[in-house]
Ligand binder design. Structure first.
Ligand code: OGA
Ligand code: MN
Length: 222
């Protein structure tokens, strides 16, 4: 059971939210350890481990709709979209809703929706350098990643590398996928990659979206 205090208190502390806002404005990205509640991470970790053990994940692809296809040479994770099935998922989504409101208030971003999936990278898997916003569909505005693995070893690999938005060969951060760590960045401008992991690696990747209407077609179409 989730402790009652976790339900009553703000889910992300206001100081952290201010630091996230400032970092997004100044450099386009934020990453820090010990942001997410340890008990919540533990429950979410148990949930994705259960999904991985019971055939509850699907291979991740690239592109949307009819352009969606599997490319293990580009990304090797398996995913499960958050569907509010568990209390832990609902609390994680509620904390992202708090962040969304703060980002809208501070930065007038007009974020109106959040989508997120569990991601499980088996040993050897990686995700090549990419941007999160699909070409011609600039509706993903801010990306978030919450990490769930307890006790990530120093030689575990699987770091998320963040690159400079203009000098795109220049690494600006390596984020260790340790439970409690949280990262977020501008989806259209911050290139990033997941280095090959040596351990099963778990995260929740999510995106705040703005409604993008292109040629009279609401995105996403479905
Ligand atoms: C993604 C992604 C990073 C991570 O799913 O688009 O870049 O560290 N994930 O899991
Ligand atoms: Mn990404």
């Amino acid at each position: 059971m989730m402790s009652p205090s976790l339900l009553a208190a703000p889910l992300l502390d206001p100081t952290t939210i201010n630091r996230i806002v400032d970092a997004l404005v100044e450099q386009g990205w934020f990453a820090d350890s010990e942001v997410l509640d340890p008990g919540l991470c533990q429950q979410l970790y148990a949930e994705i481990c259960h999904l991985a053990d019971h055939d509850g994940l699907e291979a991740a692809g690239i592109g949307r709709g009819t352009h969606h296809h599997l490319r293990k040479d580009i990304r090797g994770d398996a995913i499960h979209w958050l569907d509010r099935e568990s209390q832990a998922q609902r609390i994680y989504l509620a904390s992202m809703a708090e962040l969304q409101e703060s980002l809208n208030q501070a930065l007038f971003l007009g974020l109106f929706e959040y989508e997120a999936h569990f991601a499980h990278y088996p040993p050897g898997a990686f995700y090549q350098r990419h941007l999160d916003s699909f070409r011609g569909r600039a509706n993903r505005v801010i990306s978030t990643v919450g990490y769930l693995n307890p006790d990530w070893p120093a030689d575990g690999g699987g770091e998320m590398v963040i690159y400079h938005p203009e000098a795109t060969d220049q690494e600006v951060a390596r984020v260790v996928p340790q439970a409690g760590t949280f990262a977020c960045f501008l989806s259209e401008t911050i290139p990033h990659e997941v280095l090959p992991t040596r351990r099963p690696r778990t995260s929740i990747a999510g995106w705040f979206r703005r409604n993008a209407s292109l040629g009279g077609v609401l995105d996403p179409a479905s």
